[in-house]
Design a protein around this ligand. Structure first.
Ligand code: SF4
Length: 227
């Protein structure tokens, strides 16, 4: 597809295209609002897009419950990737359980072990992957394209079907389609990651303000989307 044509495509059109274009395509899901929209669409469209998630070992109980709701409501299998146990054991033995609070470098080390390395293993089996990223989520995401090359991951195609959606569009889709959501959203967690690195946001705060809130917003990526 030409870049201009891609930009005009709806999420459903992009998911349908991706399911036909690539042999192995998977949705990376943390069961946030955007991921739940995409799961609902994949289910309705019956497109051959698998769902995988990264269990960092530090997730909220509510996130596990949401994962189980996906299995029961949609009947879709969820492939779970865990971090390498030796790396986690070494990290915790050497630096403790909260090293990520001490510096950006330490935080990125924890994200690399618990998220990026498992993601790279998940992506090794795929020709393309789908994410729920939106441009308005964070200053680090304003340039994302609906279909782009995942440059550091050679040749892999990344599809962001909701790139131009607003939060209101996401919420409207969820309400109209009765999509189950993580109960933490009702407690002012618009963006949900690991439990110790996520807090609720105040009215008027950015949707990603509750992620690694002790850091400068320009650093707020875990390496999944900008390795
Ligand atoms: S979000 Fe926090 S706990 Fe989770 S992998 Fe990153 S630094 Fe570690």
């Amino acid at each position: 597809m030409e870049p201009i044509a891609i930009e005009t495509k709806t999420p459903e059109e992009l998911l349908t295209w991706a399911g036909g274009e690539f042999k192995n395509v998977g949705l990376a899901s943390s069961f946030g609002l955007e991921d739940m929209v995409l799961i609902d669409m994949i289910h309705k469209l019956k497109v051959p897009i698998s769902i995988f998630t990264l269990d960092t070992g530090r997730l909220h109980e509510e996130t596990y419950q949401t994962m189980e709701r996906v299995r029961s409501k949609y009947g879709l299998p969820v492939k779970v990737y865990f971090p390498d146990k030796d790396q986690v054991e070494n990290l915790v033995r050497e630096k403790g359980l909260y090293s990520f609070k001490e510096s950006v470098e330490n935080r990125k080390e924890c994200c690399r072990i618990r998220k990026v390395e498992p993601l790279n293993r998940a992506l090794a089996d795929l020709d393309a992957w789908v994410s729920g990223m939106r441009r308005e989520q964070n200053p680090t995401r304003t340039e994302i394209q609906k279909v782009e090359k995942d440059a550091p991951r050679d040749g892999l195609v990344k599809i962001n079907p909701l790139a131009d959606w607003t939060l209101k569009q996401v919420e409207d889709y969820i309400a109209a389609n009765k999509v189950p959501t993580n109960p933490l959203h009702e407690r002012n967690f618009p963006s949900i990651g690991c439990a110790p690195c996520t807090r609720p946001v105040e009215p008027g705060e950015d949707v990603r303000a509750g992620r690694w809130w002790w850091e400068n917003p320009d650093h707020k990526e875990c390496g999944l989307h900008r390795p």
